[in-house]
Design a protein around this ligand. Structure first.
Ligand code: S3P
Ligand code: PEP
Length: 423
């Protein structure tokens, strides 16, 4: 299957490895029944567990590890003795490893893809510098690649940090805080985005014996020892969101998802509430999450501040289902794997939908009034563009550019689709 979809690596006489781009065709299928057996574990949870495990002496057994590239990178890089650390396009891996290597006094160069070099990291670097890390920008100030030249001892125990650019900076600092001799208090300034990810960090730290307090705008982490503990990673709710979208758009659906809990550490489990309004009923049955269809609303008002990774999934469902959307909290989408606002605007237009930026904080989603029979979607090197537009194959013939992008978080996405007859 993998062979068929991804145009393959060809070794040319000069021994260069060339990867050719290709597309995947999805067969229009409007009745879906089956189980997405290959839904991976959460990359967010997994990457936190790997960093904390490394800080606790790498003695814990982590069960149900994700096969996502972002996690496989973290697994390989966290204990790497190489000087050059290439995180590719993995944001959490970049931000968490920067704090980890800086505070553990490791001399490293951290780099990534061309897009990674456009994703800001200055707020984290400033915080680490004020803590005592020597960090240089190798190309552009505020962005990777970074050169880490060691840690000269803790200089402060309180840092003021903006909360509205990326919560990953806050999580990165929280996880290293227990090993700092004086612990660390973070005073969060301005709006706090992606808050459930900060809470997830605190909760996984707690699992490994490190307490913290998150009161109003302060995160307080005392100096303490992490203790090794077995840990099991739950399935990925962000990945599950695409199955909710398939259900919402199909004519008939009965889809089962494994290893998900409705009481999850993952903020993206809020997809249950959102999709309840867009026509999906979700309930547990024999340990699996079962998705079936129900009536949907005509409009959706939603604030994505705390679940930015669901923005694309929901926008596509609304556009295709004739549901008008009034959205806030999409600002951070501009600095993710691609500018997701621009990417959505381009691709939604192909099915007759529009994402209108009313002002800096408000977006209106104008749904399509007439869906085309066949569409080719571009993916902008963004796994979520590929996965968010795939559910349209319930309504039209879909072709998706560079399907291999899904490997970042859900490498077997197309294999799971095959089980439903879509590939
Ligand atoms: O901490 C995490 O695991 C993540 C936090 C979010 O990023 P921001 O905090 O930058 O919004 C989210 O978009 C990303 O996919 C994973
Ligand atoms: C934004 C994402 O990832 P990251 O920031 O970790 O690259 C994502 O998975 O949607």
């Amino acid at each position: 299957m993998y062979q068929k979809i991804f145009l393959q690596r060809v070794i040319c006489p000069l021994k260069f490895l060339i990867t050719l781009n290709t597309t995947i065709h999805l067969k229009r299928t409007n009745v879906l029944q089956g189980t997405a057996t290959l839904l991976p574990a959460s990359k967010s949870i997994n990457n936190r567990a790997l960093i904390i495990n490394a800080l606790a002496g790498s003695k814990s057994e982590i069960q149900n590890m994700s096969d996502a590239n972002d996690v496989q990178l973290m697994l390989r890089l966290v204990n790497s003795t190489d000087e050059i650390i290439d995180v590719e396009d993995a944001g959490t891996t970049m931000r968490f490893l920067t704090a980890y290597f800086a505070v553990t006094n490791q001399h490293k160069v951290l780099t990534g893809t061309s897009r990674m070099k456009e994703r800001p990291i200055g707020i984290l670097v400033n915080a680490l510098r004020s803590l005592g890390a020597d960090i240089e920008y190798m190309e552009k100030d505020g962005y990777p690649p970074l050169k880490l030249n060691g840690f000269s001892g803790q200089k402060t125990d309180t840092i003021r940090i903006r909360g509205d650019v990326s919560s990953q900076f806050i999580s990165a600092l929280m996880m290293v805080a227990p090993v700092l001799p004086n612990g660390l208090t973070l005073e969060l300034e301005g709006k706090i985005g992606s808050r459930p990810y900060i809470e997830m960090t605190a909760s996984i730290m707690k699992h490994f014996g490190a307490s913290s307090e998150f009161i109003s705008n302060k995160v307080i982490v005392p100096h303490q020892q992490y203790t090794p503990a077995p840990f099991t990673v739950e399935s990925d709710w962000s990945g599950a969101s695409y199955w909710f979208a398939f259900t919402a758009l199909a004519e008939k659906a009965e889809i089962y998802l494994p290893k998900l809990s409705l009481q999850s550490l993952q903020g993206d489990s809020v997809i249950v509430k959102i999709m309840d309004r867009l026509g999906v009923h979700a309930g547990m049955e024999n340990g699996l999450l079962k998705l079936t269809k129900k009536e949907s609303q005509k409009e959706l008002h939603w604030d994505f501040t705390h679940c930015p990774d669901l923005g694309q999934t929901v926008a596509v469902v609304c556009a295709a289902k004739g549901i008008k959307g009034y959205f806030t909290g999409l600002e951070s989408l501009r600095i993710k794997e691609t500018d997701r606002i621009a990417a959505l605007q381009n691709e939604l237009q192909k099915i007759g939908g529009k994402l209108v930026e009313e002002d800096t904080e408000n977006w209106t989603l104008i749904p399509s009034s007439h869906l085309p029979g066949q569409v080719y979607f571009n993916t902008y090197k963004d796994h979520r563009m590929a996965m968010a537009f795939a559910p349209l194959a319930t309504l039209m013939n879909v072709e998706i550019e560079r399907p291999e992008v899904v490997k970042k978080s859900y490498p077997n996405f197309w294999n799971d689709l095959k089980e439903f007859g879509l590939v």
